[in-house]
Design a protein around this ligand. Structure first.
Ligand code: F6P
Length: 324
């Protein structure tokens, strides 16, 4: 029998569709094992200020299909400072919390590692639309974000075709190109600009557009991951070099909102329940991950040492082939 009697759960960093399903599964699983759950509001800030709600079946009953996070979130600046982490640990000890389950991305993982010095057992669940946590093939929210971006780009394309324009669409992803790659391939983009692959050569993009123009096409689509090149600048270059009227759409936060897809709900439920399972086995400081579609867990420090800068090479090669 595990010694765990009470856990806290929080969501941190950028909200991601599926976070609520993870919270729901954590609560149901914990109750099943006789564990009490306290919900921490606003991520690590809520740990510092002890802003909490009790979490039982009633609180999580109708949240599976809700976007955002019922626990709210933050990118806590204070948690970066040791004195605030000590305060957060004091709060947890005062309230007899045995472990914290934190759902979030890279920043959340770093916060969890820093918190280990305070002797708090942290279990992390990767939740970010960016799919940029190295140890796992899947992060909660990616599927919904990629679908939302795809749907939005389909709509933009309708207008682009009607006007005979080139649309440059910027999607999120921080330093990773997965949303751009998936949404770009799904919408048959003429060019996809990815942080992992960008070599500064605008001619590759404008030449591709010129080739299609020569083939008789009248509308064009370029999907660009945020932070690689300035989307308005790219549209200007395309217009100047090809003579084709170009417009920019920045999709922004619509990619983070909305009802989670079945895939995000399912993986979130699995990861949430798995987090409670590993606590039952008295594991400490782990991150839940998916590898070859199987749930596994890593030591959180080891997880952060893994390399995080490659795209799936077959997916990338296919994206080039499909936009030839
Ligand atoms: O990490 C998720 C994400 O949406 C990134 O794609 C984006 O760069 C960032 O968060 C935006 O962060 P904020 O909510 O702080 O503006």
């Amino acid at each position: 029998m595990s010694k765990i009697r009470k856990i806290a759960v929080l969501t941190s960093g950028g909200d991601a569709p599926g976070m609520n399903s993870a919270v729901r599964a954590i609560v149901f699983s914990a109750i099943h094992f006789g564990i009490e759950v306290v919900g921490i509001l606003r991520g690590y800030d809520g740990l510092i200020d002890w802003e909490t709600i009790p979490l039982g079946v009633d609180e999580v009953r109708n949240i599976n299909n809700q976007g955002g996070t019922i626990l709210f979130t933050s990118r806590s600046e204070r948690f970066l400072q040791p004195e605030y982490r000590t305060q957060a640990a004091r709060n947890l000890r005062e309230h007899q919390v045995d472990a914290v389950v934190a759902v979030g991305g890279d920043g959340t993982l770093r916060g969890a590692i820093a918190f280990q010095n305070e002797g708090i057992n942290m279990i992390c669940i990767p939740g970010t639309i960016d799919r940029d946590v190295a140890c796992t093939e899947y992060t909660l929210g990616f599927d919904t974000a990629a679908n939302t971006a795809t749907e939005a780009i389909d709509r933009i394309r309708d207008s682009s075709v009607s006007h005979g324009r080139c649309s440059v669409v910027e999607v999120m992803g921080r330093k990773r190109g997965y949303i751009a790659l998936w949404a770009g391939m799904a919408t048959s983009a003429d060019a996809i600009v990815l942080p992992e692959k960008w070599d500064g050569n605008f001619d590759n993009i404008t030449d591709a557009i010129k080739r299609r123009h020569a083939d008789g096409r009248n509308s064009y689509l370029v999907v660009v991951a945020e932070g690689v090149i300035d989307a308005p600048e790219l549209a200007e270059i395309i217009q100047k070099k090809t003579g084709i009227e170009s417009r920019v759409s920045v999709l922004g936060y619509i990619q983070r909102g909305g009802q989670p897809t079945a895939k995000d709900r399912m993986y979130a439920s699995l990861m949430g329940a798995y987090a409670v399972e590993i606590l039952q086995h008295d594991k400490k400081n782990r991150i839940v991950a998916i590898k070859n579609d199987v749930l596994i867990d890593y030591d959180i420090e080891e997880a952060l040492t893994l390399k995080n800068n490659t795209l799936d090479s077959f997916q990338y090669k296919l994206s080039l082939l499909l936009s030839e």
